[in-house]
Ligand binder design. Structure first.
Ligand code: GTB
Length: 238
């Protein structure tokens, strides 16, 4: 249970119209998911691309991006730092045992600083560099770098349910990073990682977060229905 229950809801920022068309790939998604995991209600301020670059938002986020997080006088940016803050201040996303907690934090960093960079390089190549003469050579190089990391992660995960003991903020960020490979036909080579992502996506807190961000895109009432996981499997309601 949250130790903020007596305070005002935190406010996060998100895209008014997400380029991912509601697939839950923008970086407000891990923040929403973390807040849902700890049972903390939150408010969302939606921003247009131009508003993100204007002074009021830049006073919250030096790089003019989403997400930001406001809680009383505290203003944070960087989705990983926000998830860490939520995990530190609440029960449910970091283990109590000091060593297990340190390991979970290690997985948070591993997700963002070891697994994610080649995945983002692939996105950059596909969306921004596809007209370059060297694009056809570069893409397989980047995809092989991703495969190396996926193989290593797959070996470490083995048959385990989560990366360390129980589900933690490390799993939350790792699953979210792996979701960025949706449609890339890379993670499918590692069935245990597919199952790992599906387990994350099957969590009720994930579904609430997913539905909330999707509702922004579709402007339909927030409802949960079957949605489809990374490997095309229907993720059942729990
Ligand atoms: N390191 C920062 C963090 O983790 O918070 C990165 C924040 C960031 O990249 N924010 C993006 C942004 O504001 C939105 S999420 N971009 C606008 C800008 O820089 O001007 C990145 C994102 C966008 C779209 C998709 N998608 O369509 O799939 C996925 C991820």
């Amino acid at each position: 249970m949250s130790d903020w229950s007596y305070r005002m809801n935190p406010t996060i920022t998100a895209f008014e119209k997400s380029p991912d068309r509601g697939q839950g790939l923008a970086r407000d998604m891990p923040v929403r998911w973390a807040l849902e995991e700890v049972g903390q209600p939150y408010d969302v301020r939606l921003l247009s691309f131009s508003a993100m670059k204007e002074a009021p938002h830049r006073s919250l986020h030096p790089f003019g991006q989403i997400p930001t997080y406001e809680e009383g006088d505290l203003v944070l940016f960087e989705s990983g730092a926000i998830v860490f803050h939520i995990a530190e201040r609440n029960v449910g996303l970091l283990p109590h045992d000091a060593n297990a907690r340190a390991r979970a934090i290690t997985w948070m960093f591993a997700a963002l600083s070891t697994m994610e960079p080649p995945i983002v390089q692939r996105e950059t190549a596909r969306y921004l560099e596809h007209e370059e003469a060297w694009y056809e050579q570069r893409l397989p190089i980047v995809e092989d770098r991703i495969r190396i990391r996926l193989g290593e992660l797959s070996n470490r995960l083995g048959d385990a349910e989560w990366l360390d003991d129980g589900f933690s903020a490390g799993d939350l960020l790792m699953v979210q990073v792996l979701r960025r490979l949706n449609g890339a036909n890379l993670i499918e080579e590692y069935p245990n990682l597919c199952a790992y992502v599906a387990r994350g996506e099957a969590r009720p807190a994930f579904k609430r977060a997913f539905d909330a961000q999707l509702a922004v895109f579709t402007r339909k009432p927030e409802s949960s229905g079957t949605h489809y996981g990374k490997c095309g499997e229907a993720v059942p309601e729990q």
